[in-house]
Write a new protein. Structure first.
Length: 552
């Protein structure tokens, strides 16, 4: 066992002495040890219940003959930090979490690792760290929140963001906004649509890093507790067979995950995260893979934000296993790819139960949309690419004047004071991986636009990114970003921007000579952070084209 390096041999007597001080006995020195990196926090609902799940997992590990050791890792709430400078920390935390898992695995020489995750960046961060650790392990997702209820309507966190726009437009009163705020998020669990957390939890099951069927069990469903205990036994099987993530992850595994994201109208953040996870696994993945897979994958799940149903309702319908089965049956993914259990995806979903009469997931023949939810655009405004959640918009073309903002807060003020007009293209720049730094999400602005009722009449272009809850003609990940002198830095108020989703074109209608002259005059703005984590991140982070990973 790898942990024998720490616990066996006469020279390790001092280490054993320290371990005996925390209750490790002779029996525990003879069995595998697992590090459990828990992203629990009291700071938000998404991860609030993970301390309880950790106890269930530790119980299952001990039953299976493994001794668990629990550690902590940070978790930043996108929903709470959204629209504030705190949002800069979100994507940065992905790297810190990955480092935390890798650090614990190396520092204690554990035989296996488990990452307990929930909010958006904890999912990919846990997966990245697990792969780096190069030991058997699991990523276990805490599960979705239950939908809130107001009258006869199901609500999610996006309902609150959109209510802010409705309130600014005078469509709802102070009391009505307050009512939405009080009931939209009823307890523990991650945001309840096919937003980033649930999108990535599905991707982790398709990749085989999470037990198939586990992640779609909601946070507060009684079944979650027992499934978490059983995960300890799944882990022991992986340890006994020395089944490490790099042993079963393939390029096809990632193409499968992209297809699942596309087929469910999932978050554009999956582009960043799957690129980053693939890099850790040593697998080549690029933007065009997302575009190619999405174009041949129809949308088969009617999920929020573009659709009707919440993640809880997906679980009631049959969960992620139902999506996987329909994808396999429709020839959209390869069911022969292996998982952490040693079984193939097809074997894992053989006994899937579909709730009679459910309307959340359909077969390929009855798809909601003919092509998938992701679109990669190029053009002189995004030579290295940009990303749109195509499932979130019915409009495929837009031409209009640029309304240029150098930060999110000024754009939000313009929206709430009704300075954005029909036909406008809202440009938010200097919010990319280096520029912010940390590439914050624009959900506050996009939701306010939708809430005000102008979502079908305007477009947005940004070098930042979008929440999985975003809908509309909202284009992010514009690369190169403004901070490094990308074309987006040279847009001026009133310039005409043309978007064509059918041809994948994102074009600034300004001649090359003019753009060259503007580029010559341009000077990169000074970065806010001079020292510390954010300064290091800005120096090391790559383009969104590569997943905003840190350069080696």
């Amino acid at each position: 066992m790898k942990s024998d390096t720490i616990k066996q041999g006469s020279q390790q007597a001092p280490a054993r002495a320290m371990l005996r001080a925390i209750g490790i006995g002779d029996a525990e020195f003879k069995i595998p040890w697992v590090g459990i990196v828990n992203t629990w926090t009291e700071g938000m609902p998404c991860n609030f219940h993970l301390r309880d799940l950790a106890e269930d997992l530790k119980k299952g590990c001990k039953e299976a003959g493994i001794h668990p050791f629990e550690f902590g890792a940070p978790a930043i709430s996108d929903g709470i930090s959204m629209g504030t400078p705190g949002m800069r920390a979100s994507l940065v935390s992905r790297e810190v979490i990955a480092d935390s898992v890798e650090l614990v695995a190396q520092g204690y020489m554990y035989d296996a690792m488990v990452a307990l995750v929930a909010c958006d960046k904890t999912n990919p961060g846990g997966a990245m760290g697990l792969i780096r650790s190069n030991v058997p392990g699991l990523v276990l997702y805490g599960g979705s929140i239950a939908p809130g209820r107001l009258g006869d309507k199901n609500l999610t966190v996006v309902s609150v963001f959109e209510a802010v726009g409705q309130h600014a437009a005078g469509k709802i009163t102070d009391a009505e906004l307050d009512a939405v705020e009080r009931v939209a998020i009823p307890g523990a669990g991650a945001c309840g649509g096919q937003y980033t957390a649930n999108t990535m939890s599905m991707a982790l099951e398709v990749l085989g890093l999470s037990p198939v069927g586990y992640n779609s069990i909601p946070a507060t469903a009684p079944e979650k507790k027992e499934a978490t205990r059983k995960a300890g036994h799944v882990l022991m099987d992986a340890i006994q067979n020395n089944r490490k993530p790099k042993d079963f992850l393939t390029r096809q595994s990632f193409l499968n995950a992209i297809a699942a994201v596309s087929a469910t109208g999932g978050s554009t953040n999956a582009v960043l995260h799957l690129l980053a996870i693939a890099k850790e696994a040593g697998i080549h993945l690029e933007l065009k893979d997302f575009d190619e897979v999405s174009k041949r994958t129809p949308v088969i799940a009617n999920m929020r934000p573009w659709g009707v149903y919440t993640a809880w309702e997906l679980w009631e319908a049959g969960g992620i296993p139902l999506i996987i089965k329909n994808l396999i049956d429709g020839g959209m993914i390869d069911g022969n790819q292996m998982t952490v259990t040693g079984k193939t995806l097809a074997q894992e979903v053989e006994g899937v139960t579909e709730t009679e009469g459910q309307q959340v997931v359909v077969t390929r023949e009855h798809a909601f949309k003919p092509t998938g939810g992701l679109l990669v655009l190029h053009g002189n405004l995004a030579p290295d690419g940009a990303v749109l959640k195509l499932a979130g918009t019915e409009r495929h073309e837009h031409t209009g004047p640029a309304r240029v903002f150098d930060n999110e807060q000024s754009a939000m003020k313009a929206v709430l004071t009704k300075q954005i007009n029909h036909g406008d293209v809202v440009v938010i720049r200097y919010v990319g991986p280096k520029g912010a730094p940390g590439m914050p999400e624009m959900l506050s602005v996009t939701s306010a636009i939708v809430g005000e009722g102008i979502g079908e009449h305007v477009a947005m272009v940004t070098d930042g990114r979008f929440s999985g809850g975003t809908k509309g003609l909202m284009i992010g990940h514009v690369s190169p970003e403004a901070q490094v002198g990308g074309t987006i830095a040279h847009i001026r108020e009133g310039d005409i921007i043309h978007i064509n989703c059918d041809t994948g074109l994102l074009e600034l209608r300004v001649d090359e000579a003019t753009l060259a002259a503007r580029a010559k005059e341009w000077v990169a703005p000074e970065l806010e952070f001079k020292t510390g984590l954010f300064a290091r991140y800005a120096k090391l982070v790559s383009s969104a084209k590569y997943g905003a990973i840190l350069e080696d």
